[in-house]
Design a protein around this ligand. Structure first.
Ligand SMILES: Cc1cc2nc3c(=O)[nH]c(=O)nc-3n(C[C@H](O)[C@H](O)[C@H](O)COP(=O)(O)OP(=O)(O)OC[C@H]3O[C@@H](n4cnc5c(N)ncnc54)[C@H](O)[C@@H]3O)c2cc1C
Length: 429
């Protein structure tokens, strides 16, 4: 067994990569191939976010065939299926091992600043690494967001963020209020509902997408239509797309729609947006119906796009009727007492915010987001990779990380004085 790598104070490398998730490993694969001297600094273990910040029943929402990292593609027996949490984690571990990625685990980068004589000082809890270039690959989900109203909820109620939710069993007996109906909130509400828990779901403005339409997974249609190749700047709303909420659907049990109206028929209480809390008394806006209608109308508009594509290309695909809502709220509930309703826990699915407080280089906008062109900032040698919508829809996911990493690697290698290499065939993972 080889000894674990460690940081030696004052070491110089051509490139320091911060973070050993799929993004950090993808750029490391390219740098390894180019012979660029580099290190990947990881505060925990390789790909640990998949294990530590996903619930037990988690599956990918995106199909396995989209899991293509540089030099390493999903090669299991279920390309149209959806890997479970532990399978994703193991797959990423195999990727790192496949090229012996130079990852140093258990080292926290506490500060990044420009060096006095050029390059960067990457200050860690174990010493400073000096680097000519740096790639920040720390993901897009740093700090779980807890709305201010959470502080006003009674201490008798257990509160967890979706990042810390594990399973129905891990919550106290009784009803559960899930706040937020994005991808995580909708799937966690389903997880609790399937386990027989009484679920109350406060809906936000998340859109939804059908899992399958006209004989295929919608993601396969959208991929054929080139939707995932459109740069963020060319999207409706341009860079604001980076703030958009993901469509909810699931990969669970081979993949299916999440139709919250069906859950309501089965006993789930659907509420509007949470507006206030005082102890156990909560208030909601009367917006549940509008939220459901919005989610469905987005789903139907995606289907209409697929219809147009089928018509244009002449593909033979079975026709499907439009969705008909199976339930509508008779009244909007605007107040709820947690104690009276038997609710003992709240799961906050309010998303994440980024935290780059440790990056002391002036490349951020007023909202604290890095400004960049396809990952490269105006400070020469400082790059970001793996951010949601860094370049396209799939930039923060498996779908496009290989493309983004290849683009970034070319720039980094050129700056490091290497010539471009020919493409290499992708090995099975
Ligand atoms: C709930 C959820 C579901 C998702 N589902 C899908 C899906 O179905 N399909 C899909 O393609 N994508 C999905 N994603 C998006 C994406 O694939 C994951 O977020 C993925 O983990 C991003 O990989 P990454 O390498 O960019 O970041 P991460 O996996 O977050 O890796 C970043 C690494 O950086 C390390 N790090 C952070 N700060 C420091 C520091 N200061 N010093 C040292 N190390 C540091 C972290 O420990 C971490 O290991 C999902 C995301 C979430 C949150």
């Amino acid at each position: 067994m080889t000894a674990p790598r460690r940081v030696v104070d004052g070491t110089h490398v051509e490139v320091a990569v911060v973070g050993a998730g799929q993004a950090g490993l993808s750029i490391s694969w390219h740098l390894t191939r180019q012979g660029v001297d580099h290190v990947v600094l990881e505060r925990d273990t390789i790909g640990h976010d998949w294990l530590d910040r996903r619930w037990d029943a988690f599956t990918l929402v995106t199909p396995n065939w989209q899991c293509v990292l540089p030099g390493f593609a999903y090669d299991g027996d279920d390309p149209d299926g959806f890997m479970r949490r532990d399978e994703v984690h193991a797959w990423i571990g195999r990727y790192a091992a496949s090229f012996d990625a130079p990852v140093v685990e258990g080292v926290l980068v506490t500060r990044l600043r420009e060096g006095a004589g050029g390059g960067f000082e990457v200050v860690t809890d174990q010493g400073t690494v000096v680097a000519d270039q740096v790639v920040v690959a720390t993901g897009g989900y740093h700090r779980p967001v807890l709305p201010a109203v959470a502080a006003r909820v009674s201490d008798d109620v257990v509160q967890v963020h979706s990042a810390d939710y594990r399973s129905p069993r891990a919550l106290p007996e009784g009803g559960v209020l899930v706040v937020g109906s994005g991808q995580s909130g909708a799937q966690i509400a389903e997880d609790l509902h399937l386990a027989g828990r009484r679920v109350h779901l406060a809906l936000g403005s998340a859109p939804r997408c059908a899992r399958r339409y006209r004989g295929r997974d919608c993601i396969a249609w959208l991929s054929d239509m080139g939707v995932y190749d459109i740069p963020v700047q060319a999207q409706v709303g341009g860079l604001t797309k980076r703030e958009s909420t993901n469509h909810y659907m699931t990969g669970r049990d081979g993949g299916r729609d999440i139709d919250l109206r069906t859950f309501a028929l089965e006993g789930m209480q659907l509420l509007g947006r949470l507006t206030g809390a005082e102890g156990t008394a909560l208030t909601f806006s009367p917006t549940a119906e509008a939220s459901l209608d919005h989610a469905d109308s987005v789903m139907e508009s995606i289907k209409a796009d697929i219809d147009r594509h089928i018509e244009r290309t002449g593909v033979d695909a079975p026709v499907e009727p439009p969705y008909v809502p199976v339930w509508r709220p008779e009244t909007e509930t605007t107040s709820l007492d947690l104690r009276e309703a038997g609710i003992t826990s709240v799961v906050w699915s309010a998303g994440f915010r980024s935290d780059y407080s440790w990056v002391q280089v002036g490349v951020f906008d007023g909202a604290g987001h890095p400004t960049h062109q396809r990952g490269s900032t105006t400070t020469p040698g400082l790059h970001f990779l793996g951010l949601p919508w860094l370049h396209t829809w799939g930039s923060g996911r498996f779908e496009a990380i290989a493309r983004d990493a290849a683009h970034l690697a070319d720039g980094i290698a050129a700056r490091a004085g290497r010539s471009p290499l020919a493409e290499e065939p992708v090995a099975a993972g």
